[in-house]
Write a protein that binds this ligand. Structure first.
Ligand code: NAD
Length: 422
């Protein structure tokens, strides 16, 4: 089949590469010229294991290429961003642009698939009405379905193949046609459903995680006041065969868990109470960590230097979208008047940064572990003790052992551990 994929990011590009290495001809479309130029040379501009090799193979075979403009195809797959606006409602501008872009090339019998995470009703009502305006009857003239991803960055190529997924068609025929298409590379089960059900399903998967992380964050804050270690509570509670408490942290980031629950709240704000509260609890964590940092450094006189390890939204990825650490740094710099320096070699970002932990930690009054990247696991603790102005660390991820620091004369603080309660 000839497949045209609109949006070549973390989802569109691996999907394009999978179709192209499983018997299809794929044209990738993007608005970013750098993405197109790189792809046509068999290269990628994001970090994802084995993706460049797969793209390279497909480009060399002639089954994958990229351009700015779509062409006539059998199937069109929309993988563009769906961010939230400042008012916490979905920004569907990119989805609309993507759909309008394919209209001139659309023919009867074509398949249209939305992969972008979207508020309930987007496929059937929003895309459906654009297609109707253009003279196509969705479900009769063209097949239309929502077919979301559940991949984990860092394992995208494996999970694209192995995970089960749900296809939500606007009618049964659309769902069956799309299922058949994805069966060319998906080995997991493909379940057939209706479009809005599948959209709600995708949103609830991430909402489930957001609400559970909020519960863990609440537990961490409670434990700090009780003289209890939340991480021990979680460890032992999870020995219960039907309990799975999540982990606390400095907030929730990424463009999925930190965003998707709002798409539900947007539709029924008066009913989505738990979802709304969880979102606000998690969004409040950078501020909570900021207050902790103020407390840990309250005896320092003059300008306080804080060294922050990690800025991405999760470990070992190059993705900073919605990262709570960005908000934390902003609070420290703007509200707290701190001097901050950040170490994160996975990403390029504006602001005060160092490549080396020890250069960054020199003369610091506090070292904060914000993201548990692998390279921060083993540190030269005696060296840190010597170079820091105050030998104090604050671990927001339960990544380090207290003993390792304390036996070297350093102070160790852990988010959610009440032994250091103020
Ligand atoms: N990354 C994930 O793990 C993941 C998982 C499940 C769902 N999703 C959803 O998939 C969608 C895409 O996410 P992503 O992570 O791939 O985003 P991304 O930002 O990595 O990639 C999107 C790409 O679309 C391009 N683009 C924007 N507007 C365009 C347009 N009008 N025409 C053509 N290209 C355009 C951008 O230049 C970019 O390359 C989002 O809705 C996201 O919520 C992402």
């Amino acid at each position: 089949m000839n497949i045209c994929i609109i949006g070549l990011g973390y989802i569109g590009l691996p999907t394009a590469a999978m179709f192209a290495t499983h018997g299809h001809n794929v044209l990738g479309i993007d608005v970013n010229q750098k993405v197109i130029d790189a792809l046509n040379k068999g290269k990628i501009i994001i970090e994802e294991p084995n993706l460049e090799e797969t793209v390279n193979t497909a480009v060399k075979n002639g089954s994958l290429r990229a351009a700015m403009e779509p062409e006539e195809s059998d199937a069109f797959i929309i993988c563009v961003p769906t961010p939230i606006k400042p008012d916490k409602t979905a920004d569907l501008t990119y989805v609309e642009e993507g759909i309008r872009k394919i209209l001139p090339y659309l023919k009867k019998g074509n398949i249209i698939i939305l992969e972008s995470t979207s508020p309930p009703g987007t496929t059937r009502d929003f895309i459906g009405s654009i297609l109707k305006e253009a003279g196509f009857v969705p479900g009769e003239d063209v097949y239309l379905a929502y077919c979301p991803e559940r991949v984990l960055p860092g394992r995208i190529l494996i999970e694209l193949k192995e995970n089960s997924r749900v296809v939500g068609g606007i009618n049964e025929e659309s769902a069956h046609v799309v299922k058949k298409l994805y069966e060319s590379f998906v080995r997991g089960e493909i379940y057939i459903s209706e479009a809005t059900t599948a959209e709600m399903c995708k949103l609830m998967e991430n909402t489930y995680r957001d609400v559970n992380i909020a519960l863990a964050n609440e537990l961490a804050m409670l434990c700090e006041k009780m003289g209890v270690n939340a991480w021990d509570v979680i460890k032992y509670a999870n020995k219960h065969p039907r309990v799975n408490l999540h982990m606390p942290g400095p907030g929730v980031g990424g463009h999925c868990i930190a965003v998707d629950p709002w798409f539900i709240v947007e539709k029924q704000p008066e009913r989505a109470k738990i979802i709304n509260l969880a979102r606000n609890t998690n969004d409040g964590m950078p501020h909570y960590v900021f207050e902790k940092i103020k407390d840990l450094t309250k005896n320092v006189e003059g300008k306080i230097k804080v060294c922050i390890l990690g800025i991405t939204y999760k470990p070992n990825v190059d993705d900073m979208r919605e990262s709570p650490v960005i908000e934390l740094i902003h609070l420290l710099n703007e509200q707290g008047g701190f001097e901050t320096v950040v170490v994160d070699n996975h990403v390029n970002f504006e602001g005060s940064k160092e490549r080396d932990v020890y250069t960054a930690a020199k003369d610091a009054h506090l070292l904060v572990l914000a993201v548990n990247h692998n390279e921060f696991k083993e540190l030269d603790i005696p060296r840190l003790k010597n170079i820091m102005k105050c030998p104090v660390v604050f671990d927001t991820r339960n990544y380090w052992a207290a003993d390792a620091f304390e036996k070297n004369g350093m102070e160790y603080h852990l988010l959610g551990w009440g032994r250091n309660k103020s």
